[in-house]
Unconditional design. Structure first.
Length: 60
């Protein structure tokens, strides 16, 4: 319920300065990766599961 209320509040904000990028999966505002629209935590989970095409864990 809290997540829905937060999303509704985001829709009401009209000025572009007030808009905050959020993870589409969990709604987290921090650690947002624009290219994927995910926060760092969700990105890591999905990348390790192989659900994001073209992303591999680097090792050297």
């Amino acid at each position: 319920m809290a997540k829905k209320a937060m999303q509704y509040r985001e829709l009401r904000r009209r000025q572009s300065v007030q808009v905050r990028n959020r993870c589409y999966r969990c709604g987290r505002p921090r650690g947002y990766i624009r290219r994927f629209g995910l926060c760092r935590i969700c990105f890591r989970e999905l990348a390790l599961q192989g659900k994001i095409p073209g992303v591999t864990k680097s090792s050297w």
